[in-house]
Design a protein around this ligand. Sequence first.
Ligand SMILES: [Fe+2]
Ligand SMILES: [Fe+2]
Length: 281
Amino acid sequence: MLKVIQITDCHLLPSGETVFGSNPETRLRACIADINRNHPDAALCVLTGDLAHHADPRAYAILSNCLRELVIPYRLMMGNHDDRAALRAAFPEVQMDEHGFVQSTFVTPEARLLFLDTTEPGVHTGAYCERRRAWLKGRLDEHSSGTPDYLFMHHPPFAIELPHIDQYVMAETDASALGDLLRQRRAPRHIFFGHVHRPVCGSWLGIPFSALRGTNHQSWLDFHAVKENICSLEPPAYAVIFIGPDRTIVHFHDYMDDTPKYVYDPSAPVEHQVRPLVSIG
Ligand SMILES: [Fe+2]
Ligand SMILES: [Fe+2]
């Protein structure tokens, strides 16, 4: 099985600054330490956008410093809070297409990962234009090996039925054009999103998808709020993705959870079935 890690929505700020009372750098460093401890065998870590909260060069410098600690390769994606030029200044090696969109592929024997840039400067909604359509169509057309595709993008191209998030998903006409292309070509086996700051899964046009919490703050599950973006400090998470010939498995790990853990043995006598777990890897 191919193992891939997904981190999303780090929303980094200059050193020491907080957002919603939480320090995004501290939480990202804890995330990277947990990945290094538990998943040094992963093939790739994908950061699905909103890397910096205000696209401050000092925040990208912190990201670069944090990622120096990560023991597995990584791929950066743009979110609506990011800036292409600032990202490129901090990461000159970031992969862009000929039009400057931060999009690329990652090929392994088990899968091909496609990273689609859905951001548009100055707006928080997602975008997909003719040039991005040409890039994605080109990738889908050139690929005839039979290796399945897995698509990563920051914005969902559909409403997730949470109005305060849905005002910031991909613009409807762009989403419809993307849907048309995926209907015409061999569809990816799964789409992985950032942006929504919540664990959400389901399918779109028959394609399974998943999204997860960010590493700093989250979107509260409020179905009544419409205009106000309701954020929370529910625990941060990262995703552990397994890709095999017959299945795609996505686990969400609340890596800062410090509640007690127990060993449970239902076959033992009742008084010995539960014991505290002393150490956990
Ligand atoms: Fe975000
Ligand atoms: Fe976002």
